[in-house]
Write a protein that binds this ligand. Sequence first.
Ligand SMILES: [Zn+2]
Length: 86
Amino acid sequence: MLPDKCSIREGSRDCVNPPEFLITVVTGNDEFMLGITCQKHKTTVLSKIENLQNQGNIPNGSIKFENLKSVQTDCVRGDPDDFIQL
Ligand SMILES: [Zn+2]
């Protein structure tokens, strides 16, 4: 089960938009789920992830946005509890 809200927080408020993209980072043969985002926060998420990569908090690799509607959620590995706090 994936969360039904965007992972972004604006200040102290959670974004309440429905998520549209699954964010993953691809390194070699591995793909890590980072979170989900709405259309509005796609660029915000991208710059946050690049910051986290620069700080070494998440693996370096190419960041991928997959349309949630086309993702078979049954096949998505990982646990929403593992999502990073964006
Ligand atoms: Zn959002």
